[in-house]
Design a protein around this ligand. Sequence first.
Ligand SMILES: Cc1ncc(COP(=O)(O)O)c(C=O)c1O
Length: 501
Amino acid sequence: MARWELAFSVDPAVKQPLFVQIAHAISMDVRRGRLRPGDALPGSRTLARSLGVHRNTVLAAYQELTAEGWIETARARGSFVSRDLPDPKPRALPRISPRSDVPARPAYELRHVPEMYRASQGHPPTTLALAGGIPDVRLLPSVELARAYRRVIKAQGSALLGYGDSRGHARLRTGLAQMLSVTRGVAASRDTVLITRGSQMALYLVARALTAPGDLVAVENPGYQPAWEAFRLAGARLLPLSIDSGGANVKELAKLAARGPIRAIYLTPHHQYPTTVTLSAARRIELISFARTHRIAIIEDDYDHEFHYEGRPVLPMASVDDKGAVIYIGTLSKVLAPGLRIGYVVAPPPVIEAIASYRSYVDLQGDLAVEAAVADLLEAGDVQRHIRRARRVYQERRDILAAQLKKQLGSALSFEKPTGGMALWAHVAQEIDLAAWEEQAAHHGVAFQTARRFTFDGRMRPYVRLGFASLGETEITEAVRRMARALKEMPQKGRPRRDQS
Ligand SMILES: Cc1ncc(COP(=O)(O)O)c(C=O)c1O
């Protein structure tokens, strides 16, 4: 064997670590055939001297080459080029069709399967969806987010890509705790915040930790059906509370309690989902006092706290709770993007620990790298800047939607402009067959939510929920035009009313 002549040098000015440069140069020599299987490599001391580097750097390079399969090290004999070289160019998966002969049916029974909840309705791409509660992800500071992701992976990749804390990344927990106490008056610390994949997971875990089969849970009607389902899946029996202009009718609780001890009350006090009304101050006080007396947990789902357009937001119930009655749930789905899947729970430590335990069996942890990147944006003020901008944009869109509905639909809808949130709740004139309008609208390429999605009995009521946050000005105008066109085409009087009560 001809002696291997060193034909490379290392450069400390290059960003790549020296050991990586050495390993790369040696593997290149193997690929080029300058080193052949079985050839001996110089001893680490010799090579270190020739290259002018520390011996440990060469040892690290040899370790890397061994790990990649380029060289083998025999004790006392030194390092040699492997006889069984790795594939020089790892190939992509061959492009063959996957096996598709999966049995159409299982050979066993499935137990109760809940109806799938589809947050995204899967409309055709040309449909304009006035979807409630969906932010405009086009406004997202995505360049900053991508940079932050790169930064955190580079700096702490090995910690972020391994197993971690089921409560979420400590930096984001701290950042959220600070945000919540500064902007919402909610007492929170790193140890009383748990990060989930969206607030839906928070609801599911809270339901599991709080309720046993048969427990009673009061909910708003109309209300947020996926939360109800999370409680039902934990075995809870639900008690609906009616809604009026002051929010949930908490007076009804006393009567409902006659059916048995109520374990929890699930509410959206800031902007009631779907009607957008705010729970009145008097009812908040009454509710907290009732909950404390009867040892009931109040689950406060504060899903759109940042979006308020007139004056200051009403602070969460959690901000006045000093006795541990409120479990506070929030989300970054509306503030940033639903696809990031970041929600959170704030509660006393034993509750956080219980939720973390349940979580550890479903989803050991969240995406720590994304959580760290978002913490970076939060600390740098990017999230707050984005919120300010989005708030201004959404307020304009709310005004445009309200104006267009008045202009193009006139008396078909009556509503009050919501003071916050991302959707408008409107009453539909009695003579309109809402289910038929919804159907006709779909043919015209516009989608909106009708009341049956939100009612406890699943029946239609004459109301629609129209989201304005995710569409631009011309899209909103066009969406309302399509709604008006669809309505015009419908026979109005004398038509049998379907499904309406
Ligand atoms: C009232 C309410 N709670 C919870 C959620 C769940 O949001 P996510 O799981 O994306 O945080 C939503 C989303 O629309 C909502 O409207």
